[in-house]
Design a protein around this ligand. Structure first.
Ligand code: GDD
Ligand code: MN
Length: 385
């Protein structure tokens, strides 16, 4: 396997000679694979590229992609990865920093995982055995931990513990060779969360290995001040284009609409039935039931035509049986269980808390319950080419 370690640099001259000689000791430890190194330098004024060029006379595995202007880490990686795949025929791409914050000694451990069938190997600071620099200030630690947590939740990739780290190994075939670099949302460090989301959504088998993120000893960090906002912006764009998120959003709109219909229907039918010679209890029940049934029908129709249009039910026999199941499940999940939660809640804590228990029942139970039932039983995914 050809593995290309991509090292982007901007003003890293003080780290470069030592890094290359360290790599020269490490590469022979990986005889099973063909490991090469590609420096991607953005015309660093301190002469980083010269340092690489000098060493290239000694090491045939060392390459330099220079000559462009600094536009940010994402742009540098897009250039480096494309070059590694197209010109160097890489089977694997490693992202690696020039400044020794990623211990070069961990490279062989990462590469070992290739033979275990993984597609995406992540060096992780946030699993047991991994760490961030103890010498960092509280603020910096806080930002790192919280930023990473926001990333995990926002990307819906809770299974990955370190989503903002920069030390990774990605499979080219079937993964990185299908990534459209012109669609990168960020020129900056935030490209990382987009690649991670892409790999996970492509079904990459992920392995996280713990590592100690060392403090920088030479040179300065290039991370921009508003990197956190930039990352949040990228996550937002990712979700805006994420089919599952769009589907969930539509499901929410349809459900909200059903809720409103139910409410208006209740008022309307209460009035209508009150003209009939029934006791109040019966009127209430009839009004409730009619309003609920209308909202159930609306939910079914709009979800079928809009939210789950890709798995639309159209055969009449199926429509009938699915609608009956939908109806049953809606009565259970949208009426019976919430009534029980609200009833019990107000019994125990008092009527003042009615709204609280309503919100709790809807968002804590009905929404996740419906989402699950709709996806698993009503609109199962049809096999698609
Ligand atoms: N070519 C190029 N162009 N290289 C760049 C640029 C750029 O615009 N910006 C940064 N680099 C290089 C640096 O020279 C270094 O080799 C590497 O990218 C990482 O940059 P640092 O400036 O050292 O980043 P950091 O240490 O603050 O951030 C690290 O940790 C973050 C997570 O906490 C990196 O690993 C990030 O990727 C990671 O997200
Ligand atoms: Mn660094």
């Amino acid at each position: 396997m050809k593995i290309v370690i991509i090292i982007p640099t901007y003003n890293e001259r003080k780290n470069t000679r030592e890094m290359i000689s360290t790599l020269a000791e490490i590469i022979p430890l990986i005889p099973k694979h063909d490991v090469e190194v590609l420096y991607v330098d953005d015309s660093s004024p301190d002469g980083t590229a010269l340092e690489v060029e000098k060493a290239m006379r000694l090491y045939p595995w060392l390459h330099l992609l220079g000559g462009s202007q600094k536009q940010g880490l994402g742009v540098a990686y897009a250039r480096g990865m494309t070059y590694a795949m197209k010109k160097m025929h890489a089977d694997w791409l490693m992202e690696f920093d020039a400044d020794f914050q990623h211990p070069p000694r961990d490279i062989p451990r990462m590469i070992e995982q290739i033979d275990r069938g993984f597609d995406y190997i992540i060096a992780s600071r946030y699993i047991p055995g991994g760490s961030i620099p103890g010498a960092w200030s509280f603020d910096r630690k806080f930002l790192s931990v919280v930023g990473n947590l926001v990333g995990r939740v926002g990307l819906l990739t809770l299974g990955v513990h370190d989503v903002t780290g920069g030390f990774k190994l990605s499979r080219v075939k079937g993964f990185m060779d299908q990534f459209d670099f012109s669609a990168l949302y960020s020129k900056s460090f935030a490209y990382k969360v987009q690649l991670l989301h892409y790999m996970v959504q492509k079904g990459a088998r992920v392995k996280e290995l713990p590592f100690h993120f060392s403090p920088r000893t030479e040179g300065k960090s290039k991370i921009i001040k508003n990197e956190m906002q930039e990352t949040i912006r990228v996550i937002f764009l990712i979700q805006l284009h994420n089919p599952a998120t769009i589907k969930f959003f539509k499901f929410g709109v349809v459900g909200g609409f059903g809720f409103v219909i139910n409410y208006l229907g209740l008022i309307y039918f209460n009035k209508t039935y009150s003209g009939l010679p029934f006791p109040i209890g019966v009127i209430n029940f009839l009004a409730n039931a009619t309003a609920a049934e209308i909202s159930i029908i609306s939910n079914f129709i709009f979800n079928n035509l809009w939210t789950f249009s890709q798995d639309k039910i159209s055969r009449v026999s199926q429509l009938i049986s699915k609608f009956l199941a939908f109806n049953f499940s809606s009565v259970l999940g949208g009426i019976l269980v919430p009534s029980l939660i609200i009833g019990l809640g107000t019994q125990v804590f008092g009527d003042r808390y009615r709204t609280l228990f309503l919100v709790l029942a809807v968002f804590g139970f009905t929404v996740p319950y419906n989402w699950f039932i709709y996806n698993k039983f009503i609109w199962q995914k049809k096999p698609r080419a």
